[in-house]
Design a protein around this ligand. Sequence first.
Ligand SMILES: *Cc1c(COP(=O)(O)O)cnc(C)c1O
Length: 379
Amino acid sequence: MKFNTKTIHGGQKIEKGYGAIMPPIYQTSTYAQKSPGKHQGYEYSRTHNPTRTALENSLASIENGKYGLAFGSGLAAIDAVLKLLSPGDEIISTNDLYGGSYRLFTKIFENYNLKFHFTDMQNPTNVEVLINDNTKLIWVETPTNPMMNIIDIKKLSEISKKNNILLAVDNTFATPYLQQPLVLGADIVMHSATKYLAGHSDVVLGALIVNDSYLSERLYFIQNASGAICGPMDSFLTLRGIKTLHVRMQRHCENAEQIANYLDKHPKIEKVYWPGFNFHPNHDVSKQQMNGFGAMISFTSKGNCYESSIKIVESLKIFTLAESLGGVESLAGHPASMTHASIPKEEREKSGVIDSLIRLSVGIEDVEDLINDLKEAIG
Ligand SMILES: *Cc1c(COP(=O)(O)O)cnc(C)c1O
């Protein structure tokens, strides 16, 4: 099966009862047993639920993995990965990282004596120098947020395999439509399915996909033992979203390309961060490992004025000022005052998050309307 067929049919079966095309929302906590332990595969909905199973099979299929696991949020999925580790273990992570992941690592798991190193992975040597006998996990996000740096997954998988370390990739920004980390050698793929996979800004859900059966058993054990699962309704909504992932992503990427080029030529715009430009520092790596360049764009204005960037995001009419990304509607954010406000100015500026930086999640509206909206807001 090829990708566009997998989003619709991958891992799916026609329901036996009435031939329902979509799996029913099995809104139940428990399942009748004929005799103790004699049941039809389902005992209790923390452990398994048929609607969640349908979603988990779909997730595995679209990421080219054998096993999919769904969680109550992206962060719950990351939490499960970290529970594979033991006190004293070390993790090497991307430095330009989703803020919630950074918070989970440093404010929760450091208390359990896990040690995190954050480094610029655009140069894989930076990772190699941090490896020691305690290193158990490399955590990668690519493209990064909000600077759109691209990290070479294949190179890192060679390093992780050589040193017997797990390699996990947060594939939220790219989606399997653009990038398939398991194929590139990663051990674990993670998603905030809240974003592109569900795609309609109506659900919060997380996912893990793996190929190794031992790893999958350990993660299923944690999923059930810790219990951070998603409900049947949210599983259903995410499964429904995945069925149009490929057509949405195609339009997201087409619109983003036009907007990136528009901004790049705008006299008031200083810099545009989007991996599709041939002058993007990691353009070659993105061409190798991605089937397109995504619909997340960041840009800065000439003069780098805090107030005028706030004015731009306030003036937008079709782009909505909001956190999150990946839905059908276009969103804009101002990292310095929103997602990165808690990071000291000097710190955030080191990674490029200056006062005038604006991040766009380009939706699938008519691109002419989106460009006009930006034109009027930027002035
Ligand atoms: C949103 C997001 C997360 C966290 O996912 P939730 O579903 O909000 O818990 C993790 N990584 C990235 C890249 C994200 O954008």
